[in-house]
Structure formats: C-alpha cells, structure tokens
Write a new protein. Structure first.
Length: 256
C-alpha cells in the first residue's frame, strides 16, 4: 500500500515539482498535477500512465487564490479525498527586469506567498474533518537572510516558512502533519536562467528523492543540501548585519 493515496500538487509542470509528481506516482500515489502550462501537464500525465502510475491534471494559476480553493475542494471530492497537499508552485526573479519594480515584487508575492497560503489553507480545510493528511510547503534556504537582487523572493520564502511553523503549532493533535521543505539550488529551468554562481547545485533526481522521503517520514523541517543549508541556517542567519553585508559584497565581487 502506498504511503499516500491521493496527492494534490501545484507547480507540477517542470523542475522539482514534475519530479515529485513522477516519484509519488511511482510509489503508488494517485497525483493530481496542477500548473499553468497545459501541454506540460498532459505530457507529465502521459509519462506517469505509461510507467504504470495514476495521475490527472488540472490547469491552475495559483496567483488566483479563489481558483486554488475551488480546485482543491472539487478535486478532493472527485478523487475521494486527499491525504497529501503540496504547495510547490513558485517563481523567481525576472533577470532582464528590475527586481525591485513594483509589478515584479507583487507578482512574486502573489505566486510564492499568497498562492502557497491558499493551497495550504484549502488543503487543511478538506483534510481536517477526516483527521489525517500531510501539508507541504516548498520554501527555500534563500529565506534565511536577505540577498541582493532577491529581496521579494527571499521575503516570500521566509514568510512561508514562518507560516508553516505556525501551522505546525496550530494543527498539533489534529492528525495533520506539516512539512517545510527548504531546498538550495536545484537544476531546473528556473536555475538555468541564473547568471551567478550557484554553490552545491543539486541534480533534480537527487533532490526529488530527498523531498519525497522526508515528506513520507513526516519530518517537520527539511533543508538540503546540507553543505549549503547548514552554514546559512546556523551561520549566516545569526551573523550581525554588518558582517553579513561584508560577506555578500565580497561574494558579489568574486562572481564578477
């Protein structure tokens, strides 16, 4: 019997989301994969079904919270109840535009934060009456400190991690598990656009295995790779602002 029966996943059209969908299906979970790109979703479901798994797709833009809530409630009823909901959809900075332009900042906030919160709250609402299930939010090690040209991205991920921690406290004793997955740099379409050094860049397959294993284990917080997460979590996070500013500026000069 699979660890999870039915899973709802946002941001499934590429990167770690696509990999997680395929891995969950390989382990026997029926996956409802959602994203904005219909063609990508159709090909994902075809791959899963060709490998003997079960999957469905639904076109969804998480920047519309009402659409997210509607999708989770409708799909939950259709499949007979989710026991896993993953808020994975996210966007990074647009490199060819001003990262501090209001439109770009608001877009990141709407997708990475508001969309994730809508997914998690709707997931909580459908699973809580059954007294079982797992909620997963995909944050980032970038949320540990402010980073140059990534203020909105870092802020949304920091906010998501804080929300997940609060959710763990609020749902204690209800039968629901909450998992905060905070990866570093993962090889994907998103990171392929980066023009800066990405230390300890992980292959997608490796990240996917760590992701799904940790979710099945119900670990409250998952950071990887440790070579990047550990110094950021316990070193940079508690460094004085002046020291952090010096280190970041030194890194920028080295990259340049």
């Amino acid at each position: 019997m699979p660890h999870f029966q039915n899973a709802f996943l946002t941001g499934a059209s590429s990167g770690i989301g696509r990999g997680v969908a395929k891995e969950l299906a390989r382990r026997g979970t029926r996956v409802v994969a959602t994203a904005r790109r219909r063609e990508r979703l159709e090909s994902l479901v075809s791959e899963i079904e060709a490998a003997g798994g079960r999957a469905d797709w639904r076109e969804l833009d998480v920047s519309d919270p009402e659409a997210v809530v509607r999708a989770i409630h409708e799909e939950d009823e259709r499949v007979g109840g989710f026991d896993l909901v993953i808020a994975n959809a996210g966007v990074a900075n647009v490199l060819d535009k001003d990262p501090l332009a209001l439109a770009n900042v608001l877009n990141l906030a709407q997708v990475n934060f508001t969309g994730a919160l809508a997914t998690l709250v709707a997931g909580k609402d459908v699973m809580l009456p059954r007294g079982r299930g797992t909620l997963v939010g995909v944050a980032s090690v970038a949320g540990f400190r402010g980073l140059p040209s990534s203020g909105a991205y870092s802020a949304t991920k920091a906010g998501l991690s804080t929300f997940l921690e609060s959710l763990q406290l609020d749902l204690e004793g209800t039968g629901l598990t909450v998992v905060d997955v905070s990866p570093g740099f993962i090889k994907s379409e998103m990171t392929d656009l980066n023009d800066f050094r990405m230390p300890f860049l992980m292959e997608t397959d490796d990240a996917v295995q760590r992701f799904v294993d940790a979710v099945e284990a119900g670990r409250p917080v998952v950071h990887f790779p440790w070579q990047l997460a550990f110094p950021l979590k316990w070193g940079a996070k508690f460094a004085p602002r002046g020291l952090w500013k010096w280190a970041v500026n030194k890194g920028k000069k080295q990259d340049g």
